[in-house]
Design a protein around this ligand. Structure first.
Ligand code: SF4
Length: 410
């Protein structure tokens, strides 16, 4: 039997029945997070990067830097979208490539243009997501002046980080990132730091990795599963019931959960939140609508760019900020597919008892040539094991708390 809004097609979700969805009462969720590819190149050559090393090579045809007229159009479109949808606050992530390659003056121009267009009725929160190599006091003074938060990609200790995050000549980047982190975490700038993105490598010891991150006292850590799918599996993810990524994460979870001074580890907190019936705010788990959109360096409106790991053109649309309001993108089938919750899940996931917590995992990880994104996550076995473990630990803790013998859960 068919499902409203869902066409059984090998190219799903390209043939998503948008009219059927609307007739059934579905309405899109406005974008609240805008990712600007302010610079399309990078000063590192990380071998797992979905931008440069995976299926989509579209970066080669992008201009290096987002031109000021494009920034002006983005600013106008963001403000327009917020006002049309009565949003009082939106988020802008300055992204790349490596966004700091754009230079402080260009970053300042982007922040001022977007904030001016949104003033006075829409608040804009800015974050820059950087590899950390170019962080210096020029940038930090600018970020402090304009209230731009800073997230850094760090995979752990020097040997763990430099496994992948290298310069083009093969030198690791850890030493340079540490110089940037010393500046960022100095008292004058510490408040700008939002935390780390850390991509998992199974060869790295999980506790050594976690402790290397904790050494910087980060406000948050987000462990990322390396991108891959059923056609191009992630490293070490064999087509069997083994759970290497769950086992790696559980080692950290058990340490984290029982640490009274724990930092915010996003994946764990999201799973706990979902287990207690709340919503997620993450792409990694849960069924909440994804309200994020990307603007490429040339002004093209795109979907979440991790899709570039799936196949050439996977993140693309034909929309451009010079012609198209963001509202038009909300009706793009591939963007809608990220907002329709359980209706975007495969039959396997829909019948899985964990699907409201797992949500089929990260959308990008469901891809298989021939069936598109209508599959469980390639990390299905890991997600089952991790979610079940978190459930068991939290349940046991709650039971103990009821009789007054344990610390409160996060
Ligand atoms: S990916 Fe696996 S664990 Fe997650 S909902 Fe689907 S079947 Fe369940």
């Amino acid at each position: 039997m068919g499902v409203v809004g869902r066409a059984e097609s090998p190219e799903w979700p390209r043939s998503l029945d948008m009219r059927g969805l609307l007739a059934a009462g579905w309405r899109p969720t406005p974008f609240q997070e805008f990712v600007l590819k302010i610079h399309s190149r990078c000063n590192l050559s990380c071998d797992y990067c979905y931008m440069y090393e995976m299926a989509d090579q579209g970066w080669k045809s992008q201009p290096r830097r987002m031109a000021r007229p494009i920034i002006d159009q983005v600013a106008r479109r963001v403000a327009e979208h917020a006002r049309e949808n009565l949003l009082r606050k939106v988020g802008i992530t300055l992204h790349g490539g490596e966004p700091l390659l754009a230079g402080p003056e260009h970053v300042r121009y982007a922040v001022e243009a977007i904030r001016d267009a949104a003033h006075p009725d829409v608040e804009v929160e800015f974050t820059v997501q950087t590899n950390g190599v170019l962080i210096d006091t020029d940038f930090l003074d600018l970020f402090a002046k304009f209230g731009v938060s800073v997230g850094v990609s760090l995979d752990g200790d020097e040997s763990g980080h430099d496994l992948h995050r290298k310069r083009a000549d093969g030198r690791g980047s850890h030493r340079d990132v540490m110089a940037g982190m010393r500046a960022l975490t100095s008292p004058a700038y510490r408040d700008l730091f939002t935390g780390f993105l850390a991509t998992i490598d199974l060869r790295n010891d999980p506790i050594a990795t976690y402790e290397a991150l904790l050494a910087h006292d980060p406000p948050g850590v987000d462990f990322l599963l390396p991108h891959g799918n059923w056609t191009t599996p992630p490293p070490g993810r064999l087509p069997d019931s083994s759970t290497p990524y769950a086992d790696w994460l559980i080692t950290i979870f058990d340490r984290w959960y029982h640490d009274p001074g724990r930092t915010r580890v996003r994946l764990f907190l999201e799973i706990i939140s979902l287990l207690t019936g709340k919503y997620s705010a993450s792409e990694a788990v849960g069924l909440s609508p994804i309200s994020m959109v990307v603007v490429e360096t040339n002004g093209r409106i795109e979907q979440v760019d991790t899709l570039k790991s799936a196949f050439e053109g996977a993140a693309g649309t034909t929309l451009h900020v010079s012609r198209d309001p963001f509202t038009t993108a909300l009706m793009h089938p591939s963007i809608a597919a990220r907002q329709i919750g359980v209706r975007a899940l495969s039959e396997t996931c829909r019948s899985c008892p964990l699907h409201r917590v797992c949500g089929g995992g990260h959308y990008t990880h469901r891809y298989r040539t021939g069936t598109g994104f209508l599959n469980p996550s390639v990390y299905c076995a890991d997600l089952k094991r991790l979610i079940t473990h978190v459930h068991d630990v939290v349940s046991a803790d709650v039971a103990r708390r009821r009789v007054g013998h344990a610390a409160p859960p996060p």
